[in-house]
Design a protein around this ligand. Structure first.
Ligand code: PXP
Length: 235
């Protein structure tokens, strides 16, 4: 199983102060040191966390592979074509959403999506489509000629639907039978990842928020100890 670590929320903390720390590029290198097989970053249209310069720096510093998540905005597709990450994962975007809330809607033809796929593939970038684990979405993705899909694990991770794990396994089989490589992600945590990682046929997991959250927790003591030394002993 490949583990791709999404470092967006390192940038979220930085953007809260518009300063230069924490640096998502440093976090990416540490994620690689921890065993990540790839680094994922989402350059959103509203630039709420990752910035264009982050993607530029990640493209030249990531030692594993870079998976750039993007919507079909022409300027971001152009940036991807110039920087040529190993993989581009096309996702839907709505400005008011807190995070990517559903997979791409492939129920009707989307010329912009088709154009983005062609433009990215012409640049030699592997294209994956973020979709809900539903038969019609899988079939539509296969018809678009992409090599891979990322199944949205939100229904499983939000815990409301007992059939959702079996649904992910069935969607994986379906996608593989159509020749698609299967990735998965969204809302996966230390508590819920194991059954998804055990689904035969899923080859890549993209995990972000939970890993960044855990890093804050396990790193807090060391961070305060370092500041304690600078500030001096308590009186
Ligand atoms: N995969 C895709 C396509 C995403 O948009 C996201 C969220 O940016 C993730 C995976 C990671 O989700 P999470 O941060 O919940 O682990």
């Amino acid at each position: 199983m490949r583990l791709y670590v999404n470092i967006d929320h390192v940038a979220t903390v930085r953007q809260a102060r518009r300063t230069d720390e924490p640096d998502p590029v440093t976090a990416a290198a540490l994620a690689e040191a921890g065993g990540a097989d790839g680094i994922t970053a989402h350059l959103r249209e509203d630039r709420r966390h990752i910035q264009d310069t982050d993607v530029e720096r990640l493209a030249s510093s990531v030692r594993t592979v870079l998976n750039l998540e993007l919507a079909t905005s022409p300027d971001i597709v152009a940036l991807a074509r110039r920087l040529r990450p190993f993989q581009a994962t096309l996702v839907p975007e709505r400005r008011e959403e807190i995070t990517t809330e559903g997979g791409l809607d492939l129920s009707t033809p989307h010329p912009k999506l088709r154009e983005a796929i062609v433009a990215l593939q012409e640049a030699g970038i592997r294209v994956s489509l973020f979709i809900d684990p539903e038969p019609h979405a899988i079939e539509a993705a296969a018809a678009l000629g992409v090599p891979a899909v990322e199944l949205h694990t939100g229904r499983y991770s939000h815990g409301g639907d007992p059939a959702s794990l079996a649904g992910l396994a069935a969607a994986t089989l379906h996608a593989k039978s159509l020749g698609l490589a299967v990735h998965a992600g969204h809302g996966l945590t230390y508590r819920n990842v194991t059954p998804v990682a055990a689904i035969a046929g899923i080859e890549e997991l993209n995990i972000g928020h939970s890993i960044v959250s855990r890093a804050l927790t396990v790193g807090m003591q060391a961070a305060v100890e370092e500041m304690r030394l600078l500030v001096g002993p308590s009186r």
